[in-house]
Design a binder for this molecule. Structure first.
Ligand SMILES: [Zn+2]
Length: 178
């Protein structure tokens, strides 16, 4: 047996077409308890996962509880994040199918996906106001700065010492009424 198409659609929509573990789009609905272990074809045994997470978690029987918890958490998160009125399920479903196809049918799927993304991007750009255009432009400008942001580091002992000297000097200056 397998999940019914109705159940698959329901699970995908409830997850906003995103993997319940990593939130990538391009998901399939997997059995938490596998079919070979007589896992039933019911909603509670279904988890929306991307191929990566399915490889990582799917065959690992010790992870079944974790997947169930992540799925329930993500379903709840989607309810909080997106009101049903603002989710374009048709578009998400279309993108999901095209991302899934990337794995098997690279060239054509990539062209298809790029066309869809370009259409969405154009629509989004056309709807921009001055404010959103400006913040998007800032985001793109920041993303185009290639170097990764420097990781915060503690000052070196020399820097601490130099700062300490400055502080002592400033205290002396205050004392002297400078
Ligand atoms: Zn994933």
């Amino acid at each position: 047996m397998a999940f019914s198409q109705k159940l698959i659609n329901e699970a995908k929509e409830k997850a906003a077409f995103k993997c319940c573990r990593c939130q990538s789009i391009g998901i399939e609905v997997h059995h938490i308890i596998p079919q070979e272990d007589k896992g039933p074809d019911i909603f509670n045994n279904a988890a929306p996962l991307c191929p990566n997470c399915h490889t990582w978690f799917g065959a690992n029987r010790t992870k079944q509880k974790e997947i169930t918890q992540m799925r329930d958490w993500w379903y709840k998160k989607v309810e909080q994040l997106y009101s049903p009125n603002i989710v374009n399920y048709e578009l998400l479903s279309d993108i999901n199918t095209k991302v899934e196809a990337l794995a098997s049918n690279q060239d054509k799927a990539l062209v298809d996906l790029k066309e869809t993304l370009l259409k969405v991007a154009t629509e989004t750009i056309n709807q921009m106001t001055a404010g959103t255009a400006s913040s998007t432009a800032t985001g793109i400008a920041n993303a185009s700065i290639a170097s990764p942001s420097p990781s915060p580091s503690f000052p070196s002992p020399e820097e601490i010492e130099a700062a300490g000297d400055q502080w002592i000097q400033s205290q002396i200056d205050i004392e002297r009424g400078k």
